[in-house]
Design a protein around this ligand. Sequence first.
Ligand code: GLU
Length: 452
Amino acid sequence: MVITRFAPSPTGRLHVGNIRTALHNWMLARKSGGNFLLRIDDTDAERSKEEYVEAIRADLAWLGLTPDGEERQSERLDKYEAAFEALKAAGRVYPAYETAQELEVKRKIQLGRGLPPIYDRGALKLTDAERAAKEAEGIAPHWRFKLDHDEPIAWEDGVRGSQKFDPAQLSDPVVRRADGSWLYMLPSAVDDVDMGVTHVLRGEDHVSNTAVQIQIFTALNAAGFAAARSAAKTHPDFAHEALLVGKEGKLSKRLGSLGCDAFRDQGLEPMAIISLLARLGTSQPVEPFLDVAPLVESFDLSTFGRAPAKFDEAELLRLNTAIVHQLPFEAVRGFVPEGFTEAAWHAIRPNLEKASEVVEWWQIVTGPIEQPEFTDEDKVYLAQAAGALSWGDDPWHALTGALKESTGRKGKALFLPLRQALTGMNHGPDMGELLPLIGEEEARSRLAKAAE
Ligand code: GLU
């Protein structure tokens, strides 16, 4: 059974990039009837905030990306401790005593010599006596995972294809800070094993983490941490999607702060966001969908491109508009004003970019409205219109037909003053549908008032 996870750190709101990752993991799980887990990566107690945990849950719910389970790293510290002890016993983690400044100096020297800034494993060269001296000085170590330089790292990436890393070109990652707290690298691998995660789908900024984690998975497996996984498979399948960039093709600051709160404030439909993010950066066409099912059905990692995916807010609005034009009355029933009918929705819907704008049009239907000032000639015409108004099945076409005949007006001269008098607007919904909603008495009084 496929198990995916979305693993945000609750140090801020979700932004479009995270939402896209969440969506793709959700779709991947849904497509094969698997499970989608929400994993809150809150080992950083200082920066993690409960309000963000709640916002993440609310955002996923608003988008319809319901998780099948939720886990919190802060509640799983004993698991990390046990894994750490096992790795320590196996000689795969080691204590290091360098200060941040010392490491920075080493880095600068390497860069100055034109060398890659890889950790030199200075801590591994310490003698027992030197280590004891550090401890005696009261220096608490941080801990690094010891990469196996003899074990080349390779995986078949679901998006990027065949990937290879030389472990000697990577720094042994710090997995635990001197105060005992955890960095991302080890807990994530422990959780993926323990929760039986089968597919890790995340941004390509994690590619080098994956290289390291593949060795961590292997080491955990060797240390007996493979309970939830088949012996044949020490790690999940990996896929790294290209990053999301602004429409200019650059990493954009705005995207980093653009999230569901902004989308909701703008009155956008969750399905517009889903429609765009589901296929952005893939070879499948981005189209408006009212229902997520066909998107899930067509989800296919092999269609994901390697080039950055360009996010364009104008495209999002276009999708939203197309979706609103198809939204059934049911979808808006919850927020439309009192007395608002299905016929009104069908009349007004083609004029909306956002469903919330329906309120303004309903105000125009029910009145009062503000009419423009008319020329004397138009006033005479509108007075005639008030007289000619007769109420039947199709009062608009009856009225304009009669006026065309009696006044000889046509086109804009025939229609625009009527629209302006009846709605106060130069354009808007089909008058044939709108006029019956305005009603006979109100329509006559608007025409008469315009003629004054
Ligand atoms: N908390 C990590 C992040 O937000 C999770 C990465 C992962 O998917 O493993 O980047």
